[in-house]
Design a protein around this ligand. Structure first.
Ligand code: GAL
Length: 415
């Protein structure tokens, strides 16, 4: 070995990561107080591997704004290394030929063995991994402030009738019954829960995955719209435009009794040092007890030319599946780990219940993709549903029967 080689070897032993140091730019919309804490854990772990993290956070719940920004960046030929892209949208980006192949990382990490089949299928385009799953969120939750419930003499609801009864009590006692943020994706989230409750998982699937016209215009869909109308009467006058985390804040602060939201809401309770099962309760959304509407966050990787950045990107993908990340990130984010072998003992009671329900629902029809969070259908269908639902929600004279017909027509138009 000559002197130069010896020097190179010495340097590589002293600074093992320097040769691999690259930059990862990560686009996401985890900007609420609690979610930012979760995102920070990923940044820290990537930096520990010697890479530079370039945060590309685009505020806006549900990610619509983030997707718009991503498209602009991609069109100009300058996409980030990784972006929070989910569900069927991954296929669309794959078709554009922009996504990187992660098969080697996936093979080394045994993703096929560690991850549920429902997850691995979504992460692949044309038989190759192009995205790494971060977590599993459950959308059909109801978040309850038990102290407020007690003061109002309300009971935690398990059916829709009980939900209305609890809301009546809360309202009569002067509380906001249901903390809501009037944004299309939040209206869509609430509507999805009502549809899952009223249609049941099989017809929910026919409506929002198969886009079956008969179910979309059927009696139960009409009932779901009627229920949304009823729910509207339990929302306060300032709901329009309110961010989801501010709605969560109203429940945390005891101004409202409950919130219908996916378990990213738990990130706010956790950040406020509140304890699951004591300071707050997580209940499956009334009437959806055996079902689990899933929303899997994933980071899709874009093709890169710089070798160091590519290595950094692969390290990012590896890190995401590691148990350490899965634990700390998900404890802060409110979701459950995507690995089936993860030790859940350090998680709170809501996460433990969620994992148990996920596994159980996966054995039958109960496990269903969330439409409002881009897991069930394309972003075009999702957008069409949001339009109809939001218009309905904001029009006091809207007719449920007509809304169901409009829903089917709007979906048909974007296919
Ligand atoms: C979802 C996303 C979650 C959370 C939520 C609120 O679509 O999957 O991680 O960020 O939006 O913005």
């Amino acid at each position: 070995m000559n002197a130069m080689n010896r020097l190179a070897l010495a340097i590589s032993l002293a600074f093992p990561l320097v040769g691999h140091a690259g930059e990862v730019e990560v686009l996401h919309w985890w900007t609420s107080g609690g979610e930012k804490r979760a995102a920070d854990t990923l940044q820290k772990l990537v930096e520990q591997k010697g890479h530079t993290w370039k945060d590309f956070a685009v505020a806006g719940g549900g990610g619509e704004a983030a997707m718009t920004v991503l498209k602009t960046r991609a069109v100009s030929g300058n996409p980030p290394s990784a972006a929070q892209i989910k569900g069927p949208d991954i296929q669309e980006w794959g078709e554009l030929g922009l996504l990187a192949d992660l098969d080697e990382v996936a093979e080394q990490g045994r993703w096929d063995e560690l991850l549920p089949r429902q997850v691995t299928e979504v992460m692949q385009y044309d038989g190759s991994y192009v995205a790494v799953p971060v977590n599993v969120h459950r959308v059909n939750w109801l978040w309850v402030n038990p102290e407020v419930f007690e003061k109002a003499g309300a009971q935690p609801p398990t059916t829709l009738d009980e939900l209305w009864a609890a809301a009546d009590r809360l309202q009569a006692a002067g509380y906001i019954a249901i903390a809501h943020g009037g944004q299309p994706w939040q209206d869509g989230t609430v509507f999805e829960d009502l549809a899952l409750s009223i249609l049941g998982p099989e017809d929910y699937h026919k409506a929002f995955v198969d886009l079956d016209e008969e179910v979309l215009t059927g009696d139960r869909m009409v009932q779901a719209f009627a229920a949304l109308k009823k729910l509207r009467s339990y929302v306060d006058a300032d709901a329009a435009g309110r961010d989801w985390n501010r709605a969560t804040g109203l429940v945390i602060d005891g101004k409202a009794g409950m919130q219908i939201m996916g378990d990213w809401a738990k990130s706010e309770w956790t950040a406020a040092n509140k304890k699951a099962g004591e300071d707050y309760q997580c209940l499956p959304f009334p009437g959806t007890q055996g079902s689990f509407a899933y929303n899997i966050d994933s980071l899709a990787m874009f093709k890169l030319s710089d070798e160091d950045d590519r290595k950094a990107q692969e390290d990012l993908a590896r890190t995401v599946i590691e148990p350490e990340f899965q634990q700390v990130f998900n404890q802060n984010k409110g979701s459950i780990p995507v690995r089936l072998d993860q030790d859940m003992s350090a998680f709170d009671s809501c996460a433990q219940k969620s994992m148990q329900d996920f596994k159980q629902a996966a054995q039958g029809e109960g496990l269903q993709p969330s439409l409002a969070h881009g897991m069930a259908a394309s972003s075009y269908v999702q957008g069409a549903v949001f339009d109809v639902v939001t218009n309905f929600f904001n029009d006091p004279n809207a007719d449920p029967q007509q809304a169901a017909r409009q829903l089917a027509a709007a979906i048909q138009a974007v296919q």
